[in-house]
Structure formats: C-alpha cells, structure tokens
Design a binder for this molecule. Structure first.
Ligand SMILES: Cc1ncc(C[n+]2csc(CCOP(=O)(O)OP(=O)(O)O)c2C)c(N)n1
Ligand SMILES: [Mg+2]
Length: 857
C-alpha cells in the first residue's frame, strides 16, 4: 500500500483515492474537470432549499412530515451525478434512468427549483397535493407525470426494478427494437434498505447478464430510521463481501481526502487497523462527538496514532470528512463506474446522516424523523453552508419564514448549473411520453380463432389464452412487441409450446445443446429471444413487467407485456410491486393462471386462489376480470390492447385463467359491450316455469350455474336467467360513481347504477351469484341489487381434493345453486320454506357440517 500511495502521492493530492478499507486500496486518478468551489456553492443552495421546504411544509401544516437528513447525507452523491454523469432527454434521447431514494425527494425538488423547473409556490406546496399544485412526498409518476419516472419509496422495490430495467434495456437492444446503448440505470439505495430481501435478492442477475449499464450508489450513512444499521458491525464491509461475492465491481468511497495525508503516514497499518476494527456504532458516536473525544478514543489508545494527529486541532479532527462528502473522490468513483465493462458497479459511499444540519441533527438516532429546525439551528446551517451574505440575519428572525434562495439568471453560478445540464442533454428527472415507434392494433386474425369457440373440443381458458398469445406474437403489426413473461411455470400453463417458435431471451444465446433438442418443442434460448422466462421469481418477473409496461414512456417504444403466473403468487406475493406498477403508469396484462379455490384441484391451501380478485379490487388502475369463456377472455384482451395503444390509458388488466376443460362456445352476437361493462345476459330463462330467478356466474362457476339453471327448471319450477359477470370491480366502480354523483347533486334526477339497471327492479326474481372466489367478490355489487342477493363463494383455506368434492365442500356446486335460489325465492314468499328443506334433503346436503371458513376443522 505504501508504494502505491507513495507513487501516486502527488496525483492523489490532485484527485484523491477512491477508498481504503479492509487492507485493500483502490487508486483511481482522475483530474476533476469542473469548478469545485462553484459546485459546492450550488450545492449549498440546494441543501438550504431542500431543508427549508420541509421546515416550511411543517410550519404550514402540522404533522405533514418530510425528511431533512437523508438528502443532507447524500447531496454530494446526487450532485456529482447531476453535474457530470446523468444523461437527459433532449433531442429525442432517452437518457439515463434515475432511481432516487424516495425520501431524498426534497433535494431533487430543490435542484429543479434552481433550474427554474419548479416555482416557489410549488416548493411551498410540498406534501400538500390535493389542490393539484403541490409536490408529492416521494417520487410518484402517477401524481407528477411530467416529473417523476420511477417510484422508489417502498424500500427494496427500486433496487430490484433497477436491475430488471437495465436488463430490459439489453433485451430491447438485442432484439433490435431500440438502441439502448446510450442509457444507463442509476439506483440510489439506503444502507438500511439493503435489509429488504428484494434489494439484494437479484444481485447475481446483472452479473450473469454483464449489465455494465447499471450503477448502484449505496448511501452508507450507517443509520436507518430507528438507529444504526449495523451498530455492532460494519455495513460497508458486509456489503462489499456480498457484492464482490456476487461478482459486482465494488468501489468504496469511505474516507475524505484529508485522511489521505494521515494514511500516507500510516507505515505500520495501525490507522487502517483501527479503521477496520471500529464498529459502525462507534463511528456514529464519533460523528456527534468533539475533536477532543475523537483524539482520546479513536487515536488516543495507540501512541502511534495519537502522534499521527498531534499537528491537527480538535476542530480539524472533528471535521475530517467521510468519503461520501468528498466531491472529488465521488467524481472519481462515478467516472470509474461509467468506464467499467462487463459487470455492474456498486459504489459504497460512507456519509453522515444529517450532514451540515448541525450538531442537534447530524448523526443522531432521531435524525431521520426530524423535520423542524429552530432559528438557531437554521443559523448554524447557514454558517455551515457559507450563506451568511446570501441570507441576512433579519430573514431568519423569529416568526419569519426562512427564505428560499436562488441564483440570478446571468450569474456565474446559474450559468454553470444550466450549462452542466445542457452538456448532459437536459434536466432530470423528467418524464416525457414521446412515442418513437408506435404500434398499431393487431389484426382480427389472432382473435378470430379464439372467438369462434372450441367446437367439440374441451379446452381451458388458459389453453385458449396461450393460443391467443401465440397468435399475437405472430401478428405482423405488433407481434414483435409482445413480451411474454413467465416465472418457471410455462409448462403448467402449456406455454412451453412457445419456446421453440419465439425463443427464450438469453443474453449469451444458447451455448449448449438442450437435452430435448430433438423434440418439436425444445427449450430454445437465443440472444434475440422474445420470451422472458425469469426462473422462480415473481418479484423479478414483476420488475420485468414494469420495465416493459413503461417502455412506452422511458424509451418511447410501446411494448405489450403479458405476465402469466400462478394466481395465488401474484397480488398476494408481490402486491406491493403491482401497486408500484400502478404508480409507474404501467400498461400491460397480468394473467392469474390456475385460478380458483376449487378449479385448481389437488394443490391445497397454499396454491388455491380464491381472493386475488379481492386484492386486485384495491388497485386503482387495475381492471380485474374473471372470464368464463375463451371468447370473453379474447374480447377483454382486445379491449385492453386498444385502451393501451389507441386510447393511451395507463392501465393494467388482470385476468383470471383457469385450467378446467370444457367446450368453449363461440361468441354470441352483440355481447362485446356487455363483456366489457362487466355483466351481460348469457342465457334467457327457459319458458314455462312458474317462478323467476337470476343466476350470475363468473369463471368456472359457469358449470354449476348452467347445471343449476337446468335443474331448477326440470325439478323446481324455476326459470332462471344466466348472466356472466366478467368484472364485479368494474360494476362496483361504476355504481360508486353514480352514487357519488347523486350524493353531490341532491336536487337533480338521480342516476341509476348500471348493475341496477341491468338486473332490473325485481322482474328477474332474486339474484344468486356463484363464483370460485370469495363471496366478497360478488358482494361488491350487492348494495345496488334491488332484489334478494345470495352470494355463493369459496371463503376459507383451500385444500386438496377433487373438483367435485371441493365444490361440494365450499357450497358452490349445482345443488347449492339450486338451494340458494329456492331459499332466495322463499325470502320473497314465492316458495315455501319446506321446499327449500326438501331440496336440502334431496341433494343430501348436511346443514350441520362445519362452515368451511372455520379453520378449526
Ligand atoms: C417497505 C418499507 N418499509 C418501511 C419504510 C419506512 N421507511 C422509510 S425511510 C426508512 C429508513 C431508511 O433508512 P436507509 O435505507 O438507511 O435510508 P437513509 O435515510 O438512511 O438514507 C424506513 C424504515 C418504507 N418506506 N418502506
Ligand atoms: Mg441509512
């Protein structure tokens, strides 16, 4: 080490080393091309404004929150990127993707303010959004669609998304859909955030795929919300081992330049040893203590160390900076990251949480939550940032609002700030939807085969979907842009049929001959493969989905992703990712295959899904569908494609797919709008019977409903209409809108919700709704049905058995449809209670059997 430092001593003085720890030294010498003093001054303004906007927000609206100390620790990490590395979107370029730590958002707004992209009024509206002019708390493209691109604040999602985003850029490039060579993905990660399994869960993928277009910057301020990240250990060492083990290029920026002088004197390695054996909890303590304390406790115990710093004053000791606050070292690290080839880079930057915010905030355990500052604390901040002449004393007087500060247009600082961004193709973050190569609607042909029904053949909606997906991939207009995504379940869904024809994407191609090479449907990988076969990671698949589903915006190249998964492992397993896909303004299809609590027989409690439609109902921009027939599924998908490509709606369509085979009828005339509105009459009640009833079905419950209709007519003198309920969520949302309108327009003639209109005022008799999902799914519309409403559904845990036994158990089979209908008629006085009892006995139903919802069975 001596030699290295000796040799490069002079150069180090110019540019600085990158990092020293664990006995390994990296020396990268780069001349800093900018004006460091000017940049520090610009950064001081950004720091000040970022703090003031949080303080003011909390003055104006008590409890509104916000974060001061995260950005304070990472200001230089962002600034070096904004001044020198992050590429913008001018001249039609796609630029770099920035995943910014969510709660560092004030810093991003503060820079945008200096650049003239955000007004003072907007800064004052931080976290006060409902009037439509405020700034969102965190990066939310749904709320600020011209500004933010990538939601990050749910810890762990941003890091995982960034990996798959970088990979998706390669996918687009290798498939010759878009030249993505000019774009890099930068992801800022908190050191506490690494504890989320999603953060580190996919580290090997960018190494396997050689994603040198990916750079992570981990802000190692040693603290999370409650306290130290690794008080008794060393987070940087831990992360270095993990990233290096995975094969990343690791750059550590630990000590600021002033330490270099000391390290050069460290001939025996005592200082290095002291650094390596001091745990993070102690370092945090040194961050808040006096120089005398540091001299005593860090350098003091070893006379050689004490001697090393005897020429430094206590104040100089106290202000020996961390690497993450050393601008030149950061510049060198970023530069090295951008020059790296063949592997992703992580920069581990050591910082102090709350840096420059003064002794009451810096490094304190409570720092994350601090959002107010007293006048005295503001004075300290002003001095730390050398802003005394900019902010006069009277501006800080008690009761006064601390001012925002800005450079005059024409000033050197303003010119420098703007020139830097101009040189890098414009300001960021910035979300623009600028379609470079649109795609047209597919032809009718892909749909025709599925809409025509299956003839005599019994097929499932999953099989029909796979057929449709294949047809869409073959479509001359849009086939190339279809992105089938599957997490190691292709064979379950019959999608292995697509492997050979469309090939599995593999960055290196296929370097082996597959074991099934001689088969027609062999496992075929290719560099330009279309299918993303992700392996067993629903989270990773969802991240791919988001990258593809937002490609229309971040690349200007619309893609059409279809992510098919075990329906149980979608909303339940990766619900937060789907939520962030809503926020990201994703456009794509989610397919919950092997759906239903009783249709997926044999798999039992963990697999049988009876509630994904309920979970989906909470997602604002997810349309949730439960089609019974292949033609419904195809109609919904065609409608969804039109919404995404023609209407440019940022919408996700979730469809259940089942694996039960039955004859798929051809699409009847005139039902298209009924399918899309969520409910349509599928079959009229037979003529003849005395009583009337209405049966709603969705998904595979069509079987019990149809059998029930026949049985009711044959044996119980009831003629029932059959309706297919393709989307209760849609019906409910329409009804809520009508109800709200009525509530707020009390003197106008009221609007009638669609579901009420369709089911009428009672002439169709009571309504029985049968589903392979929980009763809460049809219950979504119960309030707007005027006649008695009886939901039959599959509440409770799934269990292994045959379909017949399961449907009997969950009380959704034909006999229960009949009994439910008769009981509803009895409520209306149409039939006698004894008739219901007779039916119960006839079908051998045990009324005393325990309710399947109870788990003490
Ligand atoms: C999934 C999730 N869990 C919890 C939180 C709440 N939260 C916000 S910031 C934070 C601490 C972050 O610490 P770190 O990642 O070290 O970031 P720093 O502010 O120190 O840079 C927590 C727990 C969250 N946003 N997301
Ligand atoms: Mg932290």
């Amino acid at each position: 080490m001596d030699t290295i430092l000796g040799l490069f001593g002079m150069a180090l003085w110019i540019a600085g080393t990158i990092g020293i720890a664990a006995g390994i030294t990296w020396v990268v010498v780069k001349l800093f091309p900018g004006d460091e003093d000017l940049e520090r001054r610009i950064r001081a303004y950004i720091r000040w404004n970022a703090a003031v906007m949080v303080i003011k927000a909390n003055k104006h609206a008590e409890g509104i929150g916000g974060h001061l100390s995260t950005f304070a620790s990472s200001a230089a990490l962002y600034d070096v990127g904004f001044n020198w590395f992050f590429r913008g979107k001018e001249d039609g370029l796609a630029g770099d993707a920035l995943y910014i730590q969510g709660h560092a958002a004030p810093g991003t707004y503060a820079r945008a303010y200096l650049e003239g992209r955000i007004t003072e009024e907007q800064l004052d509206g931080f976290r006060q959004e409902t009037d439509g002019t405020g700034l969102s708390s965190y990066p939310h493209p749904r709320l600020m669609p011209d500004f933010w691109e990538y939601p990050t604040v749910s810890m762990g999602l941003g890091p995982l998304n960034s990996i798959y985003h970088a990979r998706f850029l390669r996918y687009l490039h290798n498939r010759k859909i878009d030249d993505t060579s000019g774009s890099r993905v930068w992801c800022f990660v908190g050191d506490g955030e690494v504890d989320e399994p999603e953060t580190l869960g996919a580290l090997s993928l960018p190494v396997r795929e050689q994603l040198d277009n990916l750079v992570w910057v981990v802000n190692c301020n040693l603290q999370r919300l409650d306290g130290p990240v690794r008080g008794n250990g060393k987070i940087i060492q831990e992360l270095e081992a993990i990233f290096r083990g995975a094969g990343w290029n690791v750059i550590k920026v630990i000590w600021g330049g002033k330490w270099d002088e000391l390290l050069m004197k460290d001939r025996d390695g005592v200082l290095l040893n002291k650094m390596n054996t001091t745990v993070d909890g102690e370092f945090q303590r040194y961050a808040v203590e006096s120089g005398a304390y540091i001299r005593e406790h860090f350098f003091g115990p070893d006379p050689r160390l004490r001697k090393m710093v005897e020429h430094l004053s206590d104040d100089e000791l106290r202000t020996l900076p961390r690497g993450g606050h050393d601008y030149r070292k950061l510049y060198s690290a970023y530069k090295a990251a951008t020059e790296q080839t063949g592997a992703p880079t992580v920069i581990l930057a050591k910082t102090i949480k709350g840096w420059t915010l003064g002794p009451d905030v810096e490094g304190r355990n409570a720092t994350h939550q601090i959002k107010k500052m007293t006048v005295d604390q503001l004075r300290v901040l002003r001095e730390r940032l050398y802003l005394q002449e900019v902010i006069p004393e009277d501006a800080l007087a008690d009761g006064k609002e601390p001012p925002y500060i800005r450079f005059q247009e024409g000033s050197i600082e303003h010119g420098y700030l703007m020139d830097r961004r101009k040189a890098l193709d414009g300001s960021l973050p910035s979300r623009v939807v600028r379609t470079k190569r649109a795609i047209a609607m597919p032809e009718d042909k892909p749909f025709a085969e599925v809409l025509a029904g299956s003839g005599k053949q019994e097929v499932s909606t999953t099989m029909a979907f796979t057929r449709l997906l294949r047809n869409l991939c073959r479509d001359p207009k849009l086939g190339h842009r279809v992105v089938p995504i599957i997490p190691d379940e292709a064979r379950t869904f019959g999608m292995d049929a697509l492997f050979k024809e469309f090939k599995i994407y593999a960055a290196q191609g296929q370097v082996y001959e597959p074991v099934d090479a001689q088969l027609l449907l062999s496992y075929t990988e290719a560099k330009d493969g279309q299918i993303l076969e992700e392996g067993i990671t629903e989270a990773g698949s969802m991240a791919s989905f988001i990258a593809a589903a937002t490609s229309y915006a971040h690349r200007g190249v619309p893609m059409l992703p279809f992510f098919t998964f075990y329906s149980m492992f979608g909303f339940q397993r990766v619900g937060d990712f789907i939520w962030s896909a809503n926020d990201s303004r994703a456009r794509g299809f989610l397919l919950g295959a092997t759906a239903g609590r009783t249709t997926l027989l044999g798999e039992g409690l963990q697999h049988q899904d009876g509630h994904s439609l309920i979970l989906a109902s909470a997602h604002p921009t997810v349309e949730a569908w439960d089609p019974a027939f292949a033609y419904e599924m195809a109609t919904i998908i065609r409608h969804g494609i039109r919404e995404m490509l023609v209407d440019e709606r940022d919408v996700i369509h979730y469809l259940t797919l089942y694996n039960e085979n039955y004859v798929m009828p051809p699409m009847p005339e005139g039902v298209e709008s009924g399918i899309i509105q969520g409910l349509y009459r599928w079959a009229e009640a037979p003529d003849g019977p005395r009583h009337r009833a209405t049966i709603l079905f969705s998904g595979t419950a069509q079987g019990a409903a149809r059998a029930g209709q026949a049985e009711l007519a044959d044996r119980w003198d009831v003629g029932a209409d059959l309706w297919s309920a393709t989307s209760y969520k849609r019906l409910r949302e329409e009804a809520l809108a009508a109800e709200r309108w009525n509530r707020l327009h009390p003197t106008e003639p009221p609007r009638t919700p669609l579901v009420t209109q369709l089911l009428g005022a009672g002439e169709g008799g009571p309504v029985v709704a049968v589903t392979d999902f929980m009763k809460a799914v049809p219950d979504q519309v119960a309030r707007w049905v005027r006649q008695p409403f009886v939901p039959l559904g599959t509440d409770g845990f799934g269990r292994s058995d045959t379909r017949e036994k399961l449907r009997q158990f969950f009380e959704i089979d034909m006999p229960h449809v009949v009994v439910g209908t008769l009981w509803a008629l009895a409520q209306q006085g149409e039939v006698k209670a004894e008739t219901v009892a007779e039916a119960i006995a006839h079908y051998d139903i045990d009324p005393e059997r325990t309710d399947p919802r109870q788990f003490d069975l």
